[in-house]
Design a protein around this ligand. Structure first.
Ligand SMILES: *[C@@H]1O[C@H](CO)[C@@H](O)[C@H](O)[C@H]1NC(C)=O
Ligand SMILES: *[C@@H]1O[C@H](CO)[C@@H](O)[C@H](O)[C@H]1NC(C)=O
Ligand SMILES: *[C@@H]1O[C@H](CO)[C@@H](O)[C@H](O)[C@H]1NC(C)=O
Ligand SMILES: *[C@@H]1O[C@H](CO)[C@@H](O)[C@H](O)[C@H]1NC(C)=O
Length: 956
């Protein structure tokens, strides 16, 4: 739906009325540039000046409004005979929503305008009268025939005084949503409309009329109405019939986007047999495609899209000899395309311009021949159906065709030059997501020059398709996943230099990125998953998104990226080396940067002061991943300049030193912090707990000492459910109110002893992993307040004391690992309340007493290994029975190894030993370990358990 565009007919009528007003009366309104015949009337001149006084005219649109003769001012037209201002045409340039650099007037509309009592034509449309209502005095221009206030950001009530404009022929109040905080104008009583008895054109699109039940009788008081647009008015009722219809002249009826939610028939509008344009799309109609359509023989344009209509188009459609456009998008035809073609009116087949039938459950193959050629067809959209078979040859005979969408079907077969032979006018070719093979000789020069080429998942390769060479006007090109295993030819970079959206993802394309890349027009470029190599050149000026991940890109990052507006830069899984250059600081708009799995090294230099001096707010980075590189130095102080950071991953580098206290203040939005597998030491700074949004903290495999700060309970990210929503339009997740996380497809988390790939769902992961450090002291009881945790891993530290009594409040926990510490005392019975638990490890501690039972605890896998290495424990699943006396607790874990062996008798001894050796090796060679377990996640899980079972604390 596109409410934002003024339709051609609307413009035509506006022009028509304008010229009518100007010429049908005895007066002539032409402007007299030198004013010899007309002289402006002084009072009207003052009225205009006072009107201008109230406006804000930043674009200087009214700069010509000076001098005595107001009839020479821009937009002002006077009567030749009387000298009165009869027309004021101050249309701005707003197009629907969006701001842009609009040439608009704003401010207030002064009532001094009332001095222009002879006005017949007033157009203030497409300006920005933000936060004001349509003034009531608009109803006092008694001679007004034409009033256009559309798209001018008016708010509030439409004044009923407009009903006094009894000469009005044309009234346009169309409004469209202008973004958050903008409330569309409304009317709760439209009886004033019935007094506009000369009205021919009424457009109230977007005005909230939701409280008006009986709107149709009011509209029916307007017998001269030709055009009625009440689209998106939140109307809820559409009567079955209109017994005494006055609307016999109605040619255009647009009710799109109201919520009638009723059966398609009976409905009053089917009796309007004079209609030429009918739009009842998106109105919640259900039932069959109505037979009644067969009686509206004058119909030219029929738009029924996005309803819940079911079944084939009716056979009496063949009466519709004037039909030019049929829109039926997203209804359930659920029948054969051949039958549909058969039922199209053959008397108008050469008039048919537009067939818009995507997502209709059309089945079968397109007919192989056509009885009558669709010689006027400009638009054919059959995408998202269930079509099978080949693309027929007659497609190539549609000489007027501009738009062809056949994507997302199950079509196959080969298309070659012949299928395109007559398509001189074609602009948009979209065949993606079929099994179509496109072959053309390497010398073929296509007859068309396309703007949009989407062939994703078709078969174009293995050779690079040479015909693309001639397509130099392309704006969007998608040849992703098309089996091209070829070197990218030099001409491609030239042809592609006009392309703004370029996607060659997932082929086996080799070659280097061109040095001239900076001169390309690319805005969103996806080269990922190919075999491109060479260094990264300076990037295109307008680039906002670049995905070069999963290639063989080498060399250092550019010292000048270009692309000042770059927002997303994905370079993971390449072989980029060298340091992270300070040029990064120039990418002020960069929000998402993923450099993981490269060979970057060195410490991260801070931005030079002068690079940031003009931008006090620092960098825009929200999401930063530098995981799996060889970066070194302290915790990067550059990050102090990234106040918007939500997601930070430095896993598996050589970062060293203490964690700075400023993290808690400078990175106040941080929600995900992963510093795993580095060489950080020192305490967990208490300031870190100022990060209230923190929900993912992974400090595992460092050398952190000291205790867990009790203030960890301040991290509401772990204690409270966050409101997370997904915006399908921008494919972004939204946290709480405003923050946006543009999440990548590249995030692995180690949980439940396995590394799992998270995509967007990572934002639901609440994790505290402090394993493999030197943390001491007790596990603070506050831990049990972190009720949103899904993963809690404190293993391989020096924690002592008891397991907090109410650990059972962590109801979301799926994986709990407290193994390899010095925890003592009994296992709290609340543990059995952890109903989400699927992985538990308490092994190698000093726990004693009876093992709690019940609920989930009984269903865990490998029960015995959970408790191994705690000689004081008794009861099932262990073999040792609990005596009435508490058992003496052995002082040394090493004594437990016999227990361990006894549990592992069930496993092949050689298998266990073999894995043990592997694990030992990589415990001491960190780098190896990481790459090893990321390759063999499953095996790692096994090894970790096995190894843990054999290793006494004394060995650690
Ligand atoms: C006014 O403009 C008209 C048309 O451009 C021209 O014919 C006429 O001579 C002009 N008169 C003066 C006084 O400049
Ligand atoms: C038809 O329009 C005329 C003129 O406004 C009005 O008087 C009459 O009541 C209308 N008829 C119906 C049935 O509303
Ligand atoms: C078409 O119009 C005729 C004559 O007005 C009427 O008898 C018939 O019922 C209409 N058909 C449909 C399907 O409404
Ligand atoms: C197509 O058919 C399927 C299954 O019959 C149904 O779920 C779906 O809603 C239909 N599509 C449309 C657009 O009605």
């Amino acid at each position: 739906m596109d409410m934002l565009q003024l339709s051609c007919s609307q413009i035509a009528i506006a022009l028509l009325l304008f010229t009518q007003v100007k010429s049908t009366t005895e007066e002539t309104f032409a402007q007299y540039p030198n004013g010899t015949l007309t002289k402006c009337i002084t009072g009207e001149r003052s009225a205009l000046l006072a009107f201008r006084e109230g406006l804000s005219d930043r674009a200087n649109l009214l700069s010509s409004w000076k001098g005595d003769d107001c009839c020479r001012w821009k937009g002002v037209y006077c009567s030749k005979r009387t000298g009165h201002v009869v027309s004021l045409d101050l249309q701005g340039t707003h197009r629907g929503s969006g701001n842009g650099i609009a040439q608009v007037l704003a401010g207030n509309i002064s009532s001094s305008l009332l001095g222009l009592q002879h006005m017949r034509y007033l157009d203030l449309s497409r300006n920005r009268f933000d936060k004001i209502e349509v003034p009531e005095f608009m109803g006092s221009f008694h001679k007004l025939r034409y009033l256009d206030l559309s798209f001018s950001w008016f708010i509030g009530r439409i004044p009923p005084q407009l009903g006094n404009l009894s000469n009005l022929r044309y009234l346009n109040l169309e409004a469209s949503y202008q973004g958050p905080g903008y409330f569309l104008p409304y009317s709760t009583d439209i009886n004033w409309l019935s007094r506009l008895t000369s009205l021919e054109h009424l457009d109230m699109t977007g005005i909230n009329l939701s409280t008006i039940a009986h709107w149709l009788p009011v509209v029916n008081m307007l017998p001269t109405l030709k055009v009625l647009r009440l689209s998106a008015c939140q109307l809820r009722s559409s009567p079955d019939s209109l017994p005494l219809s006055n609307l016999t002249s109605l040619e255009t009826l647009d009710l799109m986007g109201n919520d009638f939610h009723k059966r398609s028939t009976p409905n009053w509008f089917w009796d309007l047999t004079s209609l030429k344009h009918l739009d009842i799309s998106f109105t919640g109609l259900y039932g069959p495609f109505p037979d009644e359509i067969g009686n509206i023989t004058s119909i030219v344009e029929l738009e029924l899209s996005r309803n819940n209509l079911v079944g084939m188009i009716p056979s009496n459609m063949k009466n519709l000899c004037n039909l030019e456009k049929l829109g039926y998008y997203r209804n359930n035809i659920n029948g054969s395309i051949t039958e549909l073609f058969h039922r199209l009116p053959s008397c108008s087949v050469n008039k048919l311009q537009l067939l818009n039938l995507p997502d209709c459950n059309l089945t079968g193959s397109l007919p192989t021949t056509l009885v009558e050629p669709l010689s006027n067809l400009t638009w054919l959209d059959l995408s998202d159906n269930k079509l099978t078979g080949h693309v027929p040859f007659w497609i190539g005979e549609l000489t007027k065709l501009r738009t062809l969408y056949l994507n997302s079907n199950s079509m196959d077969g080969v298309m070659h030059e012949g299928h395109f032979s007559g398509l001189d006018m074609l602009k948009d070719l979209v065949l993606s997501d079929n099994s179509i093979t496109i072959t053309a000789s390497s010398t073929w020069v296509p007859p068309f020059s396309l703007a949009l080429i989407h062939l994703g998942s078709c078969q174009l390769g293995p050779k690079f398709p040479t015909w693309l060479r001639w397509q130099t006007q392309v704006f969007s090109l998608d040849i992703s996943n098309t089996s091209i295993t070829d070197m990218v030819p030099d001409w491609f970079w030239i042809a592609a230099s006009s392309v703004q959206f370029l996607n060659i993802r997932n082929n086996q394309i080799t070659g280097v990125l061109p040095l001239t890349m900076e001169f390309m027009s690319g805005e969103e470029v996806d080269f990922s998953s190919n075999k491109l190599t060479g260094p990264i050149p300076k990037l295109p000026m307008n680039l906002t998104r670049l995905d070069l991940s999963r290639n063989n890109v080498v060399g250092p990052l550019p010292s000048d990226f270009g692309a000042p507006g770059l927002r997303t830069l994905l370079l993971y899984n390449n072989t980029i080396s060298g340091a992270i250059p300070a040029s990064l600081c120039k990418l002020r708009s960069l929000e998402l940067l993923d450099l993981s799995r490269n060979n970057l090294n060195g410490s991260i230099t801070d931005c030079l002061v002068n690079e940031l001096s003009t931008n006090m707010t620092g960098l825009s980075i929200v999401n930063l991943s530098l995981r799996n590189n060889n970066l070194s130095g302290g915790f990067p102080s550059l990050l102090q300049k990234c106040p918007q950071l939500i997601f930070l991953d430095l896993e598996d580098n050589h970062f060293l030193g203490t964690l700075p206290a400023w993290i808690g203040e400078k990175l106040s939005s941080l929600s995900f912090l992963r510093l795993r597998s580095n060489m950080f030491y020192g305490h967990i700074p208490v300031e870190l707990m100022k990060l209230v949004n923190l929900q993912f903290l992974d400090l595992a495999y460092n050398n952190i000492s000291g205790s867990i700060p009790r203030s960890i309970v301040n991290c509401t990210g772990m204690t409270q459910t966050r409101h997370i929503s997904y915006d399908a339009f921008t494919s972004q997740f939204r946290f709480d109110e405003n923050e946006l996380v543009d999440y990548t497809e590249n995030f692995m988390v180690l949980t439940k002893g396995q590394e799992r790939l998270y995509t967007g769902e990572i934002i639901y992961m609440v994790n505290l992993d402090l394993s493999c450090n030197s943390l001491t002291g007790g596990i603070p009881t506050e831990i049990s307040a972190l009720v949103e945790l899904k993963n809690l891993n404190l293993s391989w530290n020096n924690f002592n004391g008891k397991i907090p009594e109410n650990i059972g409040s962590l109801l979301q926990v799926e994986s709990l690992d407290l193994s390899q510490n010095y925890l003592s005392g009994e296992i709290p019975s609340s543990l059995s309340a952890l109903t989400s638990l699927s992985h538990l490890n308490l092994s190698y501690n000093n726990l004693s007493g009876k093992i709690p039972t019940g609920n989930q605890l009984q269903t865990l896998e490998d029960l015995a290994s959970i408790y191994i290495g705690n000689p004081g424990l008794c009861g099932p699943p262990l073999l040792s029975k609990c005596s009435s006396q508490p058992e003496p607790i052995p002082g040394n874990h090493a004594d437990a190894s016999n227990d361990a062996v006894s549990f592992y008798l069930g496993m092949g001894y050689g298998y266990v030993m073999g894995l043990w050796v592997v694990f030992c090796t990589f415990l001491f060679k960190r780098k190896w370990r990481v790459s090893w377990y990321s390759l063999y996640d499953q095996a790692y899980a096994q090894v970790a358990v096995t190894w843990a079972s054999f290793r006494g604390k004394t060995n650690g």
